[in-house]
Design a binder for this molecule. Structure first.
Ligand code: GLN
Length: 482
């Protein structure tokens, strides 16, 4: 078996027992990437020499000692490019480490590679990357999901042991579902956003994509915690999420929201979720039907709030301070116009225009303010649900991986890919996606994801439920044929 097929905890054991050195591990990883990545395009770049240098001082007694971790191209690593999958940041080198990177380093990990994504994390398929899409390892004619599609693809293809992604409306959970890995979106504020290039600041969270729940718990524990550099980070103690993993689900109440079983839900996905529900009952959990009545408004509300925040956040890319600058402008205004015209892709421009429109005077009350009110209702839906149940279970994505190109001409159909994940970001709660079966299309097996949503700061419970399910099934052990 290839050395890169291991999980983080398995690989850590190999390193600690000196069966392999951190340098050999990195070389094996680079070999795997050279062999596999031309078909996947999960990485935008990686710097083996620098990683080997980092490995010289690796302290193998630390929780992630000597383990390389893939980093989505939206998270700053000092001295490395940070391009957000966009042409406008071409040539930009991050001057500092994001807090999550500092925390990973302190735990002994080696940040490795720049990982492909939809431009500025806007999208559900990586097809908005200025550098071309990533491919789904289970069927390379299909998308790995997005926007953290590169992160999910490299983990599923054993081109990484684990990776970091960011989730604004589903961008960790949806690609995790489509690639058959585990993805965690922590509670808003649980993980510092310092050094994460902002898309929608009130929704963005960094989280891990991993091969199993044990790794997800380990990484989530390590990257969480209050940070003086991010005023929205929560000043709350971080439990050791690994410590409570094995407590099981006996006696727990799980809610199945009736609004998530809608038209457009793929029958194979629905079936897998229903089977998972029975499985949870067999493990001793009680499953109740619940209602999240404002679910139908989540999509439209998200597509007002997220673009509004994006239009403000992306104003900084003016061709003066970072990266790309258009040539031969007539004057300053023309410089801004040309740089942004040439530097941003279509979807990013669409969001900036939408966002500017909903924030403009005269429309602010009708759109932005109203969306904020509906956001509160969505939040309240979850708050009342969590009075009845310990966690919510539902599909992560309405369909398995779709074909590359199938939705690129129709933004609305692309937006629907996140219909089941957006609400958690609007409510600020935590969630995870874990593998729960396969659909079959055109003779290919395509992973299906089960989403587990927990109340604010309840990652420990979400991971405990995820672990109980995972350990009593075999789905996470399946590997694509590459
Ligand atoms: N697909 C959603 C969007 O395009 C969510 C993206 C994300 O979570 N970063 O906005």
């Amino acid at each position: 078996m290839d050395i890169t097929s291991g999980t983080v905890h398995e690989t850590r054991a190999l390193l600690r027992s000196k069966k392999i050195s951190p340098q050999e591990l990195l070389q094996a990883l680079a070999d795997r990437i050279e062999k596999i990545d031309p078909a996947i395009h999960g990485y935008l770049s990686y710097d083996l020499d620098r990683a080997l240098k980092d490995a010289e001082s690796a302290d193998l007694t630390l929780p992630l000692g000597g383990i390389p971790i893939g980093v989505k191209d939206v998270i700053s690593v000092q001295g490395h490019p940070c391009g957000c999958g966009s042409k406008i940041l071409k040539g930009y080198i991050a001057p500092y480490d994001a807090t999550v990177i500092k925390k990973l380093r302190a735990a002994g990990a080696i940040p490795f590679g720049r990982v492909n994504m939809d431009e500025f994390a806007m999208g559900s398929s990586t097809e908005n990357s200025a550098y071309g899409p990533s491919k789904n390892p289970w069927d390379t004619t299909r998308t790995p999901g997005g926007s953290s599609g590169g992160s999910a693809a490299i983990v599923a293809a054993d081109e990484a042991f684990a990776a970091l992604g960011s989730d604004t409306g589903g961008s960790i959970r949806q690609p995790a579902a489509l690639c058959g890995c585990v993805g965690v979106k922590p509670t808003y504020g649980r993980v510092s956003r310092f050094g994460l290039v902002a898309f929608a600041s009130s929704l963005d969270q960094i989280g891990p994509l991993t091969k199993d729940v044990e790794d997800a718990a380990l990484l989530t524990s390590i990257i969480s915690g209050a940070d003086p550099s991010d005023s929205t980070s929560l000043n709350q103690p971080v439990p050791d999420f690994s410590a409570t993993l094995k407590k099981g689900v006996r006696g727990m109440k799980l809610g199945l929201p009736k609004e998530y079983f809608i038209e457009g839900l793929d029958p194979q996905v629905e079936k897998a979720i229903r089977v998972a529900v029975d499985h949870f009952k067999g493990l001793g959990a009680e499953v109740l039907e619940i209602s999240l009545p404002h679910t139908e408004h989540a999509l439209s509300t998200y597509y007002i709030i997220a673009p509004a925040e994006a239009s403000a956040n992306l104003a900084r890319f003016d061709g003066v301070r970072y990266g790309f600058r258009a040539e031969a402008p007539r004057d300053l205004l023309d410089h801004y116009g040309k740089t942004r015209e040439q530097g941003f892709g279509q979807e990013v421009k669409r969001r900036i225009i939408l966002g500017t429109y909903v924030l403009s005077s005269g429309y602010y009350d009708a759109y932005y303010l109203r969306a904020q009110k509906v956001r509160t209702l969505i939040r309240q839906d979850f708050a009342s649900a969590f009075e009845q149940v310990d966690a919510v279970i539902c599909p992560t994505s309405p369909t398995p991986a779709f074909k590359l190109g199938a939705r690129t001409d129709d933004p609305l159909s692309m937006y629907l890919a996140d219909i089941f994940t957006l609400a958690a970001n609007m409510a600020g709660i935590c969630g995870a996606s874990i593998p729960c079966g396969f659909a079959e299309e055109e003779g290919k097996r395509l992973p299906i994801g089960l989403q587990i949503l927990g109340k604010e700061l309840d990652e420990a419970r979400v991971l405990q439920i995820a672990y109980a399910y995972e350990q009593s099934t075999d789905w996470h052990k399946a590997k694509p044929n590459l």
